[in-house]
Design a binder for this molecule. Structure first.
Ligand code: NAD
Length: 263
């Protein structure tokens, strides 16, 4: 019996990196996983690999910034499964530019994905999660929002990103308070990864340079162990928050950074 056996789970940004690891891990632990992303080819591949391993997975195209699509995705999940137990708001982008060089367009694009996308996930996910609340087979729902260590402190060169991830941290706590009552019984927590080896580092526009950022070098310079984290390290924490083992944890935050923030 898996740790999230039979739970219906939605993971955004599930075609790559941390989202793919979360979807794969929850699928392996018995969840029915709905994956969404912009990258359909890779998203379908991840869903297919979950099915090949004996799990249940459905991929849907979704831009998390588009509200109309959120309504459609929830409608599709409702039609297919009639419920939603776990929502993982993972999709995010990082734009590394000094403040005075950052265009308003870059600021808004990052905020649209990292903040608007997370807000819309809760706005459209909570009504469906309420259907699987008290009196139903599941003891309620769990929302997991992927923030960052950059949401816990400022970061030079990543000011806009830090602002969005700080917003996610407090939005998660507000959702936790608003949905903690008996009617909803929905928990909401945030996860704050440190330096994790994914393509997000290669996609960041370089600060006064064109080369992609070397995440290994960043980890060597900042993490006490010198080691880069893996998407699986984050997925393990999501699995805990998605499972009933964390049923008394609400409005909390888990830092997955090998001690980066401890000093
Ligand atoms: P990634 O770039 O490897 O994967 C992100 C995925 O999100 C991609 O598949 C991409 O297509 C998708 N995506 C981007 N914009 C989208 C949109 N508008 N709608 C739907 N999908 C979209 O990045 P990752 O490192 O796996 O990051 C996942 C989350 O973890 C992000 O929220 C990121 O901010 C956070 N995070 C990452 C790190 C790290 O070091 N990698 C550290 C802290 C937090």
């Amino acid at each position: 019996m898996g740790q999230v056996q039979g739970k219906v789970v939605l993971v955004t940004g599930a075609a790559a990196g941390i989202g793919a690891a979360i979807a794969t891990t929850l699928g392996r632990e018995g969840a029915k996983v709905v994956l969404t992303d912009l990258d359909d080819a890779r998203g379908e591949d991840v869903a297919q690999s979950i099915r090949a391993a004996g799990g249940e997975a459905l991929y849907l195209h979704q831009d998390v910034t588009e509200e109309a699509r959120w309504a459609e995705v929830m409608g599709e999940i409702d039609r297919r499964f009639g419920r939603l137990d776990v929502l993982v708001a993972n999709a995010g982008i990082a734009i590394i530019v000094p403040i005075i060089e950052m265009t308003l367009e870059q600021w808004r694009k990052q905020t649209a994905v990292n903040v608007d996308g997370v807000f819309l996930s809760a706005k459209h996910g909570i009504p469906l999660m309420r259907k699987s609340g008290p009196g139903k087979p599941s003891p309620g729902g769990s929302i997991v929002m992927i923030s960052s260590v950059a949401g816990l402190r400022g970061s030079a060169g990543l000011a806009g990103y830090s602002a969005t991830k700080g917003a996610v941290r407090l939005f998660a706590k507000s959702v936790a308070l608003e949905c903690a009552g008996a009617r909803d019984n929905i928990r909401c927590n945030s996860i704050h990864p440190g330096i994790i080896g994914t393509e997000i580092w290669e996609k960041m526009p370089g600060e006064r340079r064109n080369a992609p950022i070397d995440a290994n070098a960043v980890a060597a310079a900042t993490v006490p162990t010198g080691q880069l984290g893996t998407p699986q390290d984050v997925a393990n924490a999501v699995l805990f928050l998605a499972s009933d083992a964390s049923s008394y944890i609400n409005g909390s935050e888990i830092v997955v950074d090998a001690g980066l923030m401890a000093g």
